[in-house]
Design a protein around this ligand. Structure first.
Ligand SMILES: Cc1cc2nc3c(=O)[nH]c(=O)nc-3n(C[C@H](O)[C@H](O)[C@H](O)COP(=O)(O)OP(=O)(O)OC[C@H]3O[C@@H](n4cnc5c(N)ncnc54)[C@H](O)[C@@H]3O)c2cc1C
Length: 440
C-alpha cells in the first residue's frame, strides 16, 4: 500500500447516502475522501431491458448500481416527512430529523430540484385526512417535491460534477471486505477496505452505504465483524394501475397521498407507496428476480392517462426466521416463474377467483403501460393473508376514491378497470446499531 492508498475517510456506495456523505465531507472539511462504487458512472448506466424489454440479469445491475444508486432512474420524489421512509427517529430526535430533512431538501434544490412542493397546504391536507378517517384510512402528511425521471439524472450529474477533484471517486470497484485491527481491549477498529481486485485502501473511518443491492453483503460483513444486526419488516404487495381520473382529486391536491390502513381480516398494516400520477409502470431486476416499479415524468408530453401506486403489506418476522429478504424474494421469484417475469391480473378477476387471460385483459378498458407482462392469477403467488389485506385496502380506498376497486358503484364519473401487477419485497433488512452504516 503506498500513500496514494491512504485516506481520512472511505465511503462505500455512491447512492444518495454515499453521495450526501461525500458532499458533506467535501463542503465542510479538508479531509482526503475516497468514494468507492461497484457499479459504473452515471452516463454509462444503461439497462438493456429498457431497449429490449428483456432483463438479462447483468452483474452488477445498471438499474440498482452505479453513480446515483438505486433511485438514479427513479422519478425522484423527495418525501419530506419524518413519518415516511424509515425509523430515523429511533436514532435522533424528531426536531433534528426535521432539520436534516430540510437540509437535504435544500441541497437537492441547490442542484436543480424544482421549487414546487406538493401537498403542503394544511387546510387541504386536513380535509383529506378527515375524509380518509371516515373510511378507516389514515393519511400521513408528507409534502412531496417531484423532480421527475429526467431531472433526477441531471441533479445526480451535477452532484458528481461538484465532487470531481474534491473526492477521489472509483467506479466499477466492488468492495469485498472491511478491514479491521484489534484495539487494546481486543475490539475491532476499522482500518479500511479491500476491493474484489485485491486493492487495499486504508482509512480510520469507513462509511458503508451499500443500499438494497449491498444488503446481503453488508449483513455478512456485520456478522463477520461481530456487529449486531436487526431485521426490518418486509413489504409484500402489488402495483395497482388505474385510470388517472379515478384518483386525480387526491393526486391533484397531494400528488402522492400516503394512506395507511389496518386490514379488516388480519389487522395488518397496509399502505400506499410510490404513487405515480399519469405515470408508467416499469420493470426492475434485482439480480435473480424481476419486479415492477413506477415512474412519472415531469414533462407533460410524456404523461399517460393512467396512475400507478404500490399497495404494500408489512410483515415483521420474529423468531426463529429472520430473513425478510429471502421471504420477499421467494414470493417475487414465484411470480416470475408463473408469469415469465411480470404477472398482471385484473382486480375483478382476483376478486372473482379466476385467472386473467389474454382475452380478458384485452377486454380491459385500459391498456397496461408495461407491455411485457403475462396475464395470470396472483392468488397462486401471494399468500392468502396478503391477498386478503390488499383486497380489504382497495375496498376501503374505493369509498374514499370511488372506482379504485374497479367500478360497479354508481354513480361513477368513470368506470375503470384496475390492474394489479405482481411486486416483490420493497424493503431490505437493514442494519441497526452501527453508526458508520447509513442509507435506507
Ligand atoms: C426504481 C426505484 C425508484 C425509486 N423511487 C424513489 C423515489 O421516487 N423517492 C425516494 O425517496 N426513493 C425512491 N426509491 C428508493 C431510493 O432509491 C432508495 O431509498 C435510495 O436509493 C437509497 O439510497 P442508498 O444510498 O442508501 O442506497 P442505494 O441507492 O441502493 O445505493 C447503494 C450503492 O452502493 C453500491 N454498492 C453496494 N454494495 C457495494 C459494494 N460492496 N462495494 C461498492 N459499492 C457497493 C451500489 O452499487 C449502489 O450504487 C426508488 C428506488 C428504486 C429502485
Amino acid at each position: 500500500m503506498d500513500r496514494g492508498d491512504k485516506f481520512d475517510a472511505i465511503i462505500v456506495g455512491a447512492g444518495p447516502a454515499g453521495i450526501f456523505a461525500a458532499l458533506e465531507l467535501a463542503r465542510k472539511s479538508s479531509l482526503d475522501v475516497l468514494l468507492v462504487e461497484k457499479g459504473c458512472d452515471l452516463l454509462d448506466r444503461k439497462c438493456p431491458a429498457r431497449r429490449t424489454g428483456r432483463c438479462i440479469h447483468c452483474v452488477p445491475c445498471d438499474i440498482t448500481c452505479g453513480w446515483g444508486g438505486a433511485g438514479a432512474f427513479s422519478d425522484g420524489k423527495l418525501t419530506l416527512s419524518p413519518d415516511v421512509g424509515g425509523w430515523l427517529e429511533e436514532y435522533i430526535s424528531r426536531g433534528d430529523l426535521n432539520r436534516l430533512i430540510a437540509d437535504v431538501d435544500a441541497v437537492y434544490q441547490g442542484f436543480g430540484a424544482p421549487e414546487t412542493l406538493h401537498g403542503d397546504d394544511p387546510e387541504v391536507v386536513s380535509a383529506w385526512r378527515l375524509k380518509a378517517l371516515k373510511h378507516g384510512l389514515r393519511l400521513i402528511h408528507s409534502p412531496i417535491r417531484h423532480m421527475g425521471t429526467e431531472r433526477c439524472a441531471q441533479v445526480l450529474a451535477r452532484m458528481r460534477d461538484e465532487l470531481e477533484g474534491r473526492v477521489e471517486i472509483l467506479v466499477d470497484t466492488p468492495v469485498v471486505r472491511i478491514t479491521t485491527r484489534q484495539d487494546g481491549d481486543g475490539r475491532p477498529v476499522v482500518t479500511g477496505v479491500v476491493t474484489t481486485a485485491g486493492q487495499e485502501f486504508a482509512a480510520p473511518a469507513v462509511i458503508v452505504a451499500p443500499g438494497r443491492e449491498g444488503a446481503s453483503w453488508l449483513q455478512g460483513e456485520a456478522e463477520r465483524l461481530g456487529l449486531s444486526v436487526t431485521s426490518n419488516a418486509v413489504d409484500i404487495g402489488v402495483r395497482v394501475e388505474l385510470p388517472a381520473v379515478i384518483v386525480e382529486s387526491i393526486t391533484d391536491d397531494l400528488y402522492e397521498p400516503k394512506l395507511l390502513y389496518t386490514s379488516r381480516h388480519f389487522e395488518d398494516p397496509v399502505r400506499t407507496f410510490c404513487m405515480n400520477p399519469n405515470g408508467v409502470v416499469s420493470k426492475e431486476s434485482y439480480g435473480d428476480v424481476v419486479t415492477v416499479n413506477g415512474h412519472s415524468y415531469a414533462d407533460a408530453e410524456r404523461r399517460t392517462l393512467l396512475t400507478n401506486f404500490a399497495l404494500l403489506v408489512s410483515t415483521r418476522f420474529t423468531v426463529p426466521f429472520k430473513e425478510p429478504i429471502v421471504y420477499g424474494k421467494s414470493i417475487a421469484r414465484l411470480a416470475n416463474v408463473l408469469g415469465e417475469d411480470i404477472l398482471v391480473q385484473r382486480f375483478a378477476d382476483l376478486r372473482a377467483g379466476r385467472r386473467t387471460t389474454a382475452k380478458r385483459l384485452a377486454r380491459c378498458s385500459l391498456e397496461p403501460t408495461l407491455a411485457e407482462s403475462t396475464p395470470g392469477d396472483l392468488s397462486f403467488v401471494l399468500p392468502y393473508r396478503h391477498t386478503r389485506d390488499i383486497i380489504d385496502m382497495l375496498h376501503a380506498m374505493d369509498h374514499l376514491l370511488p372506482g379504485v376497486a374497479g367500478g360497479g358503484h354508481p354513480p361513477l364519473r368513470c368506470r375503470g378497470e384496475v390492474l394489479l401487477l405482481a411486486d416483490g419485497a420493497r424493503r431490505p433488512a437493514a442494519n441497526g446499531g452501527a453508526r458508520s452504516l447509513c442509507g435506507r
